[in-house]
Design a protein around this ligand. Structure first.
Ligand code: FES
Length: 209
């Protein structure tokens, strides 16, 4: 017959063992944050790589200076949870720059590829070719000769794709802020030119501001 003392021993030992197991799992997750809990966490596959390369435009769509195309890039971020990966749809622009801004030895320099998410408070900005529209809708009168600008409808930030500005650790980026409250140029997107297409391979991280 089980004594009262043995019952009490079991009742106190089980929580202690449970607590020790939980502490062990916390330690495991510290060294492997995306591992699933439980025993499976010890044999979980390695973290998945980020987003795959994604073609977004044909070179034939961007023949002339200031031709542009908007696109959606799917970014997969490693997430610190049992779901592991979180997807995000990031709107972007690819713009063909005039030859005077391109280095013939580096074909990529003839294109500008940026996120459309405004670094001020996260609205989606536009690519505006018309100087009258810039003046009337975005409160910015561009100097002559004029060219297209990125312009945000929310608080009227305007970015000049021909000029560079420091973006902190990201270095000098095209898209200098020429009007409005934006604190920095648009976030860049990494790309390569492959099979006559612009292929996005990654993007600058960070949220607004
Ligand atoms: S969100 Fe674009 S200017 Fe404020």
């Amino acid at each position: 017959m089980v004594s009262r003392r043995e019952v009490l021993q079991v009742l106190t030992t089980v929580p202690i063992l449970g607590g020790a197991f939980m502490a062990l799992m916390v330690l495991v997750r510290y060294f492997k944050p995306t591992a699933r809990g439980g025993i499976r966490g010890l044999v979980a596959p390695p973290d998945q790589a980020g987003s795959s390369a994604q073609p977004v435009a044909l070179l034939s769509e961007l023949k002339e200076p200031w031709d542009f195309k908007d696109f959606i890039y799917i970014r997969n971020s490693v997430e610190y949870s049992s779901r592991k990966i979180q997807g995000a749809k990031i709107p972007g622009f690819v713009v063909r720059l005039p030859e005077s801004f391109a280095d013939p030895a580096h074909p990529k320099s003839g294109f500008l590829v940026v996120q459309r998410i405004c670094p001020h408070l996260g609205c989606t900005f536009n690519f505006v070719k018309d100087a009258e529209e810039l003046a009337g809708s975005y409160n910015y009168t561009p100097p002559k000769p004029t060219h297209p600008y990125f312009a945000c409808p929310c608080h009227l930030s305007v970015y000049d794709p021909t000029r560079k500005q420091s973006a902190g650790l990201s270095g000098m980026l095209r898209g200098k802020v020429v009007s409005g409250p934006a604190p920095r140029p648009p976030r860049y997107m990494d790309f390569e030119i492959k099979d006559n297409q612009i292929v996005i391979t990654g993007t600058e991280g960070g949220g607004v501001g």
